[in-house]
Ligand binder design. Structure first.
Ligand code: G6P
Length: 616
């Protein structure tokens, strides 16, 4: 949510900032801006709209300098206007600041500064933040040095309540950019003769792969050949330099028209990567060393709680079925945003998981902290290596799905389900699952990437279906058992990127009210693979058809009855029920994608959304 980048080096900053902002645009795309510094002159360009608007502005009148900061915004405080775009300046006009986060005591600080004669040009909390730092620096009687700027910066940070990932520079103290984080991600990129501060490593992969994932309350200063990381109190702090695992190519679209399509097609590989080295045929189980738990400790677990938001929550719901069915362990899924305020009774043998692709979702992070505060062992299932959730959890499992840039989550969903299947297998093998059953799970998992590939081959057929139903008023998605979360996820994908009204329901709830919505203008997508409730699903399909509702069925191959009853069928390969959610999810991702493309929607940057929600 909001992307920030700071650069100091020997090259022109603006092209580097613009390239970085394009790669950060998935974090927010309401407005964008840059500020640069050259020979005591600051230049700012900013405007509402996409990075392309900013690029045009910059092309007309390029800001110069080898120091600069850039921002792409997802509006929180203040409307989407040129004035509200970042960077924001202080009262003197010499300090430029970019910010990702929300300052909660902004009104109090604004009042105080207004009484001192400050004039604000925007409606944002960030501008108030800039004025506060500038005020403290201007009131400092000493010489205007890097040290006094840093002291003012730290003092201002200690006065704000809220979250921030920020970067700033000041005209009077050239050759340094300051940054700090609390609750919003911030990464230091270490280059040769150049250094960076960014929200996400993908923005600087063309320049360096050496990074430090900053911690909350870290304060950083970067110069061309140096950097310094300290605590908010000004003392030295320990940090680790890491190498980014993925390549620039992986973070680019390549020949695909959209990141979303690329990521849908990457699923066979992502699933394979999630399983790599984690399946043991000798012991017919999964090995998840990152959990940092012995078999004895895992056996003592009495209950599992899975916390997540959005698509990750739907993966958690599949995980609930998997763990209950394969391991017979009571499992609950909680909206992370509810968990943190709910005070749910949990006994001491409860094991908690936070599931998050980005590892930065603020609600999931807050839920993790609340769970840990209560003394529960809390583990993470994350994709982003070095993310806050990954670092703050007591252990966990990385998904290894590679970078996911499309705002609509796709490969992270099936990767999360894959990891949860491994977890269910591991927990099951400690409890009721026999060695032979364990081997069955392993072979189903091993066959999965090829089966996903077969579903991907249906992309053209699904594009035709999307075109056929593009004029529909809305869609209903139905599924039972493992397929119910897939109905929710199918509806979410469609809503997110095509803006069509869509709802997911358990198929059996049809007759308890939803049937009132059935009519020719509202197609139903029924997820009905071969499983224990297949015949019940057939009855529901008949009930919809009896009311003239069009039906697209997602069904296993060889089910002639479905082809006779449904208007259209998407056929998935036969598989055990516990891997069917992955195979059913893929065609629904493709359906949403093709429908959105057909309707001319901006698939990778849907209206109002952001990929990583780092504000509450
Ligand atoms: C946002 C995104 C969703 C995502 C959810 C959780 O709402 O728009 O696509 O599923 O956050 O994200 P996470 O990174 O925690 O998996």
């Amino acid at each position: 949510m909001c992307g920030i980048i700071g650069y100091i080096g020997r090259a022109e900053a603006t092209p580097i900032l613009l390239d970085g902002l394009r790669r950060l645009e998935y974090r927010g795309y309401d407005s964008a801006g840059v500020a640069t510094l050259l020979n005591g002159t600051m230049e700012v360009r900013k405007c509402a709209g996409r990075i392309t608007n900013l690029a045009q502005l910059v092309q007309k009148d390029p800001p110069n300098g080898s120091i600069g900061i850039g921002h792409t915004r997802w509006a929180t405080h203040g409307r989407v206007t040129d004035n509200n775009a970042h960077p924001h300046l202080d009262q003197s006009g010499k300090l430029a600041l970019i910010h990702n986060g929300v300052i909660e005591n902004v009104e109090q600080i604004r009042e105080q500064l207004l009484s001192q004669g400050h004039i604000f040009r925007s409606e944002t909390d960030t501008e108030v933040f800039a004025h506060l730092i500038g005020r403290i620096f201007d009131d400092n009687p000493g010489p205007r040095t890097q040290r006094s700027l840093m002291e003012s910066f730290r003092l201002a940070l200690s006065q704000v309540i809220g979250t921030y990932g920020i970067a700033m520079f000041h005209v009077d103290v050239p050759d340094v950019i300051l940054g700090a984080r609390r609750g919003s991600p911030l990464i230091l990129g270490i280059g040769k003769g150049q250094n960076f501060i960014v929200s996400d490593v993908s923005a600087i992969l063309a320049h360096t792969r050496e990074v430090v994932y900053l911690e909350d309350y870290d304060v950083v200063s970067i110069e061309r050949d140096n950097f310094d990381i300290r605590s908010l109190a000004g003392t030295g702090t320990s940090f680790q330099v890491s190498q980014v695992e993925f390549t620039l190519e992986e973070a680019e679209k390549g020949s695909y028209p959209h990141f979303m399509l690329k990521e849908i097609f990457e699923q066979p590989e992502a699933i394979r990567n999630g399983m790599r080295g984690r399946l043991s045929k000798e012991e017919s189980t999964a090995k998840l060393g990152g959990l940092n738990m012995s078999s004895r400790e895992l056996r003592d677990v009495e209950r599992i709680v899975l916390m997540a938001c959005g698509t990750a929550l739907h993966a958690g719901m599949v995980g609930e079925c998997l763990i209950e069915n394969l391991a017979h362990l009571p499992t609950e899924v909680e909206f992370a945003s509810e968990f943190r305020y709910r005070n749910m009774p949990m006994n001491k043998d409860t094991l908690v998981f936070a599931i998050s692709q980005s590892g930065e979702t603020i609600d999931t992070l807050a839920a993790l902290r609340e769970s840990k505060r209560k003394g529960h062992r809390t583990l993470g299932i994350c994709n982003n290596v070095g993310s806050t959730i990954a670092r703050e959890s007591d252990g966990g499992v990385y998904m290894h799905a590679g970078p996911e840039i499309g705002v609509a989550a796709t490969k992270s969903f099936t990767s999360q389900i894959t990891i949860l299947t491994l977890l269910a297998l591991l927990l099951g093998r400690i409890r009721h699952l026999s060695s032979a059953q364990g081997i069955d799970v392993i072979s189903a998992l091993e066959n999965l990437p090829d089966k996903v590939r077969q579903v991907l081959d249906l992309s053209d057929h699904i594009a035709d279906l999307a075109a056929k139903y593009a004029a529909a008023e809305g869609f209903l998605f139905f599924g039972r058992q493992y397929s119910y979360p897939i109905a929710l996820e199918g509806a979410l994908k469609l809503k997110e990127i095509s803006y069509k009204f869509a709802e997911g329901h358990p198929t059996s709830e049809l007759k308890h009210g939803i049937i009132a919505l059935i009519r020719p203008e509202v197609p139903s997508i029924m997820i009905m693979p071969d499983d224990a409730v297949f015949d019940k699903n057939i009855s529901s399909l008949e009930q919809i058809k009896a009311r003239k509702g069009p039906v697209i069925a997602v069904a296993s191959e060889g089910r002639k009855q479905v082809a006779v009853l449904a208007d259209d069928v998407i056929t998935i390969p036969k598989c055990p029920d516990f891997v069917s959610p992955i195979l059913s999810a893929v065609p629904l991702q493709l359906f949403a994608y093709h429908l959105a493309v057909k309707l001319g929607c901006d698939v990778d940057k849907p209206r109002n959304l952001a990929k990583s929600v780092t504000v509450e």
